[in-house]
Write a protein that binds this ligand. Structure first.
Ligand SMILES: CC(C)(COP(=O)(O)OP(=O)(O)OC[C@H]1O[C@@H](n2cnc3c(N)ncnc32)[C@H](O)[C@@H]1OP(=O)(O)O)[C@@H](O)C(=O)NCCC(=O)NCCS
Length: 335
């Protein structure tokens, strides 16, 4: 299995944390290959949901042991009743009945998410066979935002062809964030980058730099920048050395020569490593262009701002991508 040097560096850190990650898609060969690799490298203990006999037969055929891996059929779990009750308690105010809870708990993404809620696992990686919405919805409903007045957003880690690491958000969850939501996305991204061992220098991206362009979009990003700068004055951020500036065009954010012309005096322009997009259209199109035309390695969407880490995979992912996301999920368990 070919693992990139960036992911290797995360694997080394993840291995020390001794966490348990649930993989709800035991029917998928890529998930089984990734679980084997992750267990061999002791990145985490793994719980695979699915048919234990079939999974065991697959492992036997490959000549692999099951050290560090637990196989679990949700329907036969002794905790099924407990999880159904937990789900009912959490969702009854939203109209869920006991019968619905008993059915819903059997959906592997719900079962895995409830394992985390009950403290039986530390994180979950899913989405090799499910849409983003199907993976993310149980997390939003059950695990919920870590901050009372802040939503969950998504981050991509990008390793550019020049070897530098960048962080992009929100390219996957919030469709048209308000200025406040955009400021929150920037704060959550800063916290994620610190979890991954980076030093956040955040550019609030727009088609305008310091008022060079007119329009609602630029106004929103300018307002979001002011809100985020204000929030960063809070004592909890004092020791984190988070730099943030906006509104900046992408060239001013990334290119030192352009930065000197368009945003001289900025402590971020020219060397930003965190790119906050004004909406999902810019973010989603932007990350795919970087990946397809720019040859960048892209990891995500990683959910940030949840009470416990749950991450989505692309349905076109490779087993090595899943190994990478398992390592990232372990690192996100750090408070
Ligand atoms: C993430 C997403 C799936 C949630 O949509 P949904 O399931 O229709 O969600 P709802 O609006 O019904 O909300 C479901 C729950 O999640 C919560 N929620 C929704 N978005 C949230 C957010 N950003 N942060 C925190 N909670 C959120 C809601 O408050 C609700 O909680 P409740 O049921 O306890 O009240 C939706 O925002 C979406 O489709 N985003 C775009 C995804 C996409 O297409 N990405 C591109 C490909 S990667």
């Amino acid at each position: 299995m070919k693992i990139s040097p960036y992911i290797e560096s995360l694997i080394e850190k993840a291995g020390k944390l001794n966490k348990t990650i649930v993989l709800p898609e035991g029917e998928d060969e890529r998930v089984l290959q990734a679980a084997h690799e992750a267990a061999e490298r002791k990145i985490a203990r793994l719980i695979i949901l699915g048919n234990p006999e079939e999974i065991k037969t697959y492992f036997d055929k490959q000549g692999w042991g099951l050290d560090g891996i637990e196989l679990l059929d949700p329907a036969k779990s002794p905790k099924l009743g407990d999880y159904a009750r937990l789900l009912f308690e959490l969702r009854k105010e939203k109209g869920m009945t006991e019968e619905e809870a008993a059915k819903t708990v059997l959906i592997p993404n719900y079962f895995g998410t409830l394992m985390i809620k009950a403290g039986d696992a530390d994180g979950m990686v899913s989405g090799a066979n499910h849409s983003t919405a199907d993976t993310v919805r149980p997390a939003l409903q059950i695990i919920k935002s870590a901050h009372k007045d802040r939503g969950v957003s998504a981050l991509f880690i990008m390793v550019a062809q020049n070897g530098k690491t960048y962080y992009l958000s929100d390219c996957a969850i919030n469709i048209n964030p308000t200025a406040k939501e955009l400021a929150d996305i920037a704060l959550s991204s800063a916290e994620s980058v610190i979890q991954f061992g980076g030093a956040p220098e955040i550019a609030m991206l727009s088609y305008s730099t310091y008022g060079s362009g007119k329009g609602e979009g630029a106004d929103k990003v300018r307002e979001a920048t002011a809100l985020a700068k204000e929030a960063l004055k809070a004592p909890e951020y004092a020791a984190m050395n988070i730099k943030l500036d906006g509104e900046l065009q992408a060239d001013a954010a990334l290119d030192a020569v352009v930065a000197r012309k368009k945003a001289s005096g900025s402590d971020v322009a020219g060397h930003a490593n965190v790119l906050i997009f004004p909406n999902i259209e810019a973010g989603n199109i932007g990350y795919k262009l970087l990946q397809r035309l720019g040859g960048a390695e892209m990891y995500g969407p990683l959910l940030q701002g949840l009470n416990a880490p749950i991450n989505d995979l692309s349905r076109g992912c490779f087993a090595e991508d899943i190994v990478g996301v398992i390592a990232i999920t372990v690192l996100q368990t750090q408070k």
